[in-house]
Design a protein around this ligand. Structure first.
Ligand SMILES: [Zn+2]
Ligand SMILES: [Zn+2]
Length: 113
């Protein structure tokens, strides 16, 4: 049995001591592990974006209360298949992941102006 006391704290100190002895930077190692976990957690991204050109046929214009919106089509790849424009992969206003429709559901900004 362990003696009374905080076993977790002791073992952390022990690990730190060993790391120091081995000349390892524990903080850097932990960051490396976290980075690797992040990498494996996110699958390879197939770039998806919308065409920022208001007159492009991939964007469907409609009006709400006198304001014109453009419902975007999310396209795979880097360039618009309709007009060759560079696709926007994220919300131009806040950088959020794109959603269906005409406006960002995170910040409310219209995608196409
Ligand atoms: Zn286009
Ligand atoms: Zn946004």
């Amino acid at each position: 049995m362990f003696e009374k006391g905080n076993g977790t704290k002791l073992s952390t100190e022990y690990v730190e001591k060993i790391a120091k002895r081995l000349g390892l930077d524990l903080a850097a190692l932990l960051k490396q592990v976290a980075d690797e976990e992040l990498k494996t957690a996110t699958p390879p991204i197939v770039s998806v974006g919308f065409c920022p050109e208001p007159e492009c046929p991939s964007n469907t214009a409609y009006a709400v209360a006198g304001r014109t919106f453009h419902k975007v089509t999310l396209q795979k790849g880097r360039y618009c298949a309709f007009c060759g424009e560079v696709l926007e992969p994220r919300c131009p206003a806040c950088g959020s992941v794109l959603n269906e429709g005409a406006c960002c559901s995170n910040c409310g900004a219209p995608y196409v102006k």
